[in-house]
Write a protein that binds this ligand. Structure first.
Ligand SMILES: [Zn+2]
Length: 82
């Protein structure tokens, strides 16, 4: 079932945010619960990139190098890192 949050991605890590994944204590915003808790960032760029690369590597079967490159490209498009 589609809802208004469909297509929303975290502007820190680039992963899709589901309605139940909005950070605790935060207004529904642009970041997921893994990046932000109580309106403060809890993951730095290295952690976010590693998490994203892990996911790409696992989902796509790409090499670690390619997964990290893709993660870097994704991060460079997100608001938090501008
Ligand atoms: Zn995130």
């Amino acid at each position: 079932m589609a809802d208004a949050t469909e297509g929303t991605v975290c502007q820190s890590c680039g992963l899709p945010i589901n309605a139940e994944d909005w950070p605790e204590g935060s207004e529904r915003g642009e970041f997921c619960q893994f990046c932000m808790v109580h309106d403060a960032f809890v993951a730095d760029r290295g952690e976010v990139k590693k998490r994203l690369a892990d996911m790409i590597e696992k989902d796509s079967g790409k090499s670690r190098e390619d997964a990290e490159e893709e993660a870097e490209e994704t991060l460079s498009t997100l608001k938090r890192w501008q």
